[in-house]
Every structure is written in structure tokens, then in C-alpha cells.
Design a protein around this ligand. Sequence first.
Ligand SMILES: [Zn+2]
Length: 70
Amino acid sequence: MTYTKEDIGKEIEELVDESGTTMNAKIVHVFCQVCGEEFIGTRRQAGGFLGGHECYHQWEFAMMHVQADA
Ligand SMILES: [Zn+2]
């Protein structure tokens, strides 16, 4: 299921996907505070998006230091 702008705020009583069944799922709209990329999806997916960006930007930051040291 791909969620779009029209789905933001929707509450889904029972959401069944390949990973399991989520009760009272809510479609949220989040963005990364570092790069501004935005995501629309379930809270669980939004957590993955935010965590993924946090990890990615940490790596990016570490790489800047590697290049600065060289
Ligand atoms: Zn980001």
C-alpha cells in the first residue's frame, strides 16, 4: 500500500500487510529535520524513515570529517 497526501490523518482500524496486522494505524506526514525530505505512511513506517535518515546523516557527517582530515 502506498499512501499519498489524501491519506494523511486517516485512521485504519485494522491494517494488514506483509509484516502483520496493525490495529488503529494512523497515516502520518513527517519530514527529516536535516535535509527536509518528507514521508507519508504509517507511524511505524515513519519511524523507519526518520531512523533511516538519522543513520544516513550521521554517516554523511562522519564522511565530512574523514575528508576534512585527509
Ligand atoms: Zn534527511
